[in-house]
Structure formats: structure tokens, C-alpha cells
Design a protein around this ligand. Structure first.
Ligand SMILES: *Cc1c(COP(=O)(O)O)cnc(C)c1O
Length: 404
């Protein structure tokens, strides 16, 4: 069973019936799932969680899937919190600098959370063909979970998506196409093809359940930290599903009395080459218009326009957080710096959160005593790595002093 009562337009508050297929609201905005939180609070306690299996399905009462047999699982884990101890020392911190490493999830990224829920709900609602625009990770997660559920998937990605992602999508059963455009161009194709090809549009925030999956990051983080939220969360923001989802998680946890009113500063991190949310935040705007000529190799945050822009901006403002843009070379320097100094293989988007943290510490927007969580959203192994080029000619005499 689920505790869902209805869905609600995130912009107008208009109600929509649960148990039906939905995309955006009539106002063209994302729908949010609402629960009977009183009944939910009676049905589950913090102690109950201790005995449950690992991974995000442990929070089933907070999720919309009715029937247990519709929960598609590929062996999810609780993603670890890792202290960056060398960086803490180097920066002279008295607080904790923590990475939540989402790269450990199935398909190597946190897209698994959102797409597991979207696919499970699609199954429950009787859909059989799903389509998605993607910069790589969402398509891979959708293909994998949909194949596990026995569903057909069609995937469109920009033609400069890292090849390993495109191949991964195909290998997990996705019918994948490269498009000579950006993710919003791919999104237009998915939207236009709906009637003709008969697929369901699983674009970011254009169906209601990916947020619910990403919400589990907030539930899991709270549980891991003993139901005490950190002082700040740095989140690499593309479509913003995770930031919006975590904000919703905190609201629901407070409503059932599991946490108090303390909230982390929600900090939206973008690449300087594609920073629509940062621009809107700086201008005090409610919406973030299309960012022209978007460029960054941090593909997961190369999102020129986000349908949930106002929800991201709302969470950032209500939390007393901010939005920050990081230059491309600073992202990539941080990527190898953390790999070399901590032994932690971030993805470039995760590296952007580290770089944003360093800048925010330097300009006083976070303090050295804060407990901070950086989100690393994918394994760095899904990206073209800086090549290591040294070699040895084993037929010649080796000068071993060179290794000293
Ligand atoms: C999708 C993605 C993001 C952005 O996540 P949103 O919740 O959509 O903002 C960041 N990093 C990586 C690696 C991603 O795949």
C-alpha cells in the first residue's frame, strides 16, 4: 500500500488524482506527490528502519508505489558518507567536510534513484514504452530499470555525450540515438513524438515520480547523520530534481516529527558555461530563462533551461542558501586534486561542488566550523579521464632512481 492522497501542481496548488498517468500540470508545471503524513507517521518509526534492507526502497512508506511487486530493484545500496580528511586539514577546518558518494548506485549515478521510481510507477500504471532526453546518466538508469521491468525505452542524447554513456544505454537495453543539439533539443523530440510513437515522456520533472526517488537522498542523509541535518549542502544543479527532492524530504520529515526546523543552506552549484539558476538567483528572479550556447564538460549540469527553476530558486532562498557558478578549469583542477589527495574518484559535477565549497569558504559564505555535505552524483569512471601517458621500455635497462 502507499500513503499517497493526491498530486498537486507545484505552482498553482491545483489537485490531481492519484493512480492515473500524469505529466505536467495544466499550468505546465511539475506535479508533486502528497501523502497522508499522519497515517504514514503511525505506520513507520525510526526504529523500524534499522531492521530493513539497504538502499532507497527501505523508505517505502514515503514512496508512491502501491504494490511491492512493482518495486524494481537492481541491488541499491546506502551510499557512503566520506570525510575528506586531507582537505579538512589543508583548509584548517574545525567542521566536517563530507562527500555523499552517489556513484555507488546501480548504473553508477544517482539517476538510479529517480528513474527506479519513475519506472516502477510506470509499471504500476500500465505503461510499456518510455522515452527520455538525457546527457547520459538518466538514460542509462532508465534503460536499466526499464529492462529489468520488461519495458521498452527510447533515449535521445546530445551527440557529444561521453561515448561510454551512450554505449552503456544500449548495453542495458535502451534504443539510443545521438542528436545534433543539446538536451532541451532532445526534450523537444521526446515531447513531439509522444502522440506518434506512443511513448511516455520521462523528462526531468515532466513526470511526478523522479522527484520522489531523488527525495530518498534527503531521507537517507538524515538517517545517516542521526536525524540531524548538516549546515550546508552543495548540490550540482542541472534540472534540480535532487535539490527539490531533498527539500521535500526535509519538509515531510519535519511534518512527521522526525527532525526539527533546522535546515541546511541549500547551495546550487553550476558551471560558469551554463549557469541559468545562478543568474536568476543573482537577479532575484523567480524563473531562469534559457541559457544560450551552454557549454561545460560536466554533462550532468549542462541543462540550459529547467522546468522546475522556480522550485530550485525557492528552496535555495528559503534555506538561506545561494547559487554559485564555477569556471571550467577550476572544476577540472578540483577533480584531479580530490582524486590525488583523497583517493576519491569524483565525477566533474561532484568536483564542481568541492570547488564551490572552497570558494564559499574563502568568501565567508560558509564557515570553517560548518558540517558540509557535497553531493558526488556519479562515478568518475563514466567520464573521459585525463590520460596517464608514462611508459617503460622493458627491453632497456631501467633506471630505478626515477621512481624515488
Ligand atoms: C543529472 C546529474 C546532475 C544534475 O542533477 P539534477 O538533480 O537533475 O539537478 C548532476 N550530476 C550528474 C552526474 C548527473 O547525472
Amino acid at each position: 500500500m502507499s500513503f499517497v492522497t493526491h498530486l498537486e501542481c507545484s505552482y498553482t496548488g491545483e489537485r490531481y488524482e492519484a493512480g492515473r498517468v500524469h505529466n505536467l500540470s495544466e499550468a505546465g508545471k511539475p506535479l508533486l506527490v502528497r501523502y497522508d503524513l499522519k497515517a504514514l507517521a503511525k505506520a513507520v518509526s525510526k526504529d523500524d528502519l534499522a531492521t530493513r534492507r539497504e538502499g532507497f526502497w527501505r523508505y517505502s512508506e514515503f514512496l508512491p508505489v502501491e504494490k511491492a511487486e512493482n518495486r524494481i530493484s537492481l541491488g541499491e545500496v546506502v551510499t557512503p558518507l566520506m570525510r575528506l580528511t586531507h582537505s579538512e586539514q589543508r583548509l584548517g577546518l574545525s567542521g566536517e567536510l563530507i562527500v555523499k558518494d552517489e556513484g555507488r548506485l546501480p548504473t553508477g549515478s544517482f539517476k538510479a534513484r529517480g528513474l527506479a521510481l519513475a519506472v516502477s510507477m510506470a509499471k504500476e500504471l500500465g505503461l510499456s514504452h518510455l522515452a527520455i532526453p538525457t546527457n547520459g546518466n538518466a538514460g542509462a538508469a532508465m534503460a536499466a530499470y526499464a529492462s529489468a521491468a520488461g519495458m521498452k525505452t527510447t533515449v535521445f542524447c546530445p551527440d557529444d555525450t561521453p561515448k561510454v554513456n551512450v554505449d552503456e544505454i544500449a548495453m542495458q537495453g535502451g534504443d539510443v540515438y545521438c542528436v545534433n543539439g543539446l538536451i532541451n533539443d532532445c526534450g523537444r523530440i521526446v515531447g513531439e513524438g509522444k502522440e506518434k510513437a506512443g511513448w511516455f515522456d520521462v523528462s526531468t520533472l515532466k513526470e511526478p515520480y523522479r522527484i520522489e526517488g531523488k527525495k530518498t537522498m534527503g531521507l537517507e542523509l538524515a538517517e545517516q547523520l542521526g536525524w540531524e541535518l548538516p549546515d550546508a549542502i552543495f548540490y550540482p544543479t542541472g534540472g534540480g530534481t535532487g535539490l527539490i527532492g531533498m527539500w521535500k524530504a526535509f519538509e515531510e520529515l519535519e511534518a512527521i516529527g522526525w527532525i526539527g526546523s533546522k535546515r541546511p543552506k541549500m547551495i546550487a552549484v553550476q558551471a560558469a558555461g551554463c549557469a541559468p539558476i545562478v543568474k536568476a538567483w543573482e537577479e532575484g528572479a523567480e524563473h531562469a530563462p534559457l541559457w544560450e550556447n551552454a557549454q561545460t564538460a560536466a554533462a550532468g549540469i549542462r541543462v540550459p533551461i529547467a522546468v522546475g527553476d522556480f522550485l530550485i530558486l525557492r528552496a535555495v532562498r528559503e534555506s538561506d542558501g545561494f547559487a554559485i557558478a564555477i569556471e571550467e578549469e577550476v572544476i577540472f583542477d578540483a577533480w584531479s586534486k580530490i582524486g590525488r589527495s583523497e583517493g576519491v574518484m569524483l565525477c566533474p559535477e561532484g568536483a564542481a561542488t568541492y570547488a564551490a565549497y572552497e570558494q564559499s569558504l574563502a568568501d565567508g559564505r560558509v564557515s570553517a566550523s560548518d558540517r558540509v555535505v557535497l553531493f558526488n552524483c556519479a562515478t568518475g569512471l563514466k567520464y573521459p579521464l585525463p590520460p596517464a601517458t608514462q611508459s617503460i621500455d622493458q627491453t632497456k635497462e631501467i633506471d630505478y632512481t626515477r621512481f624515488m
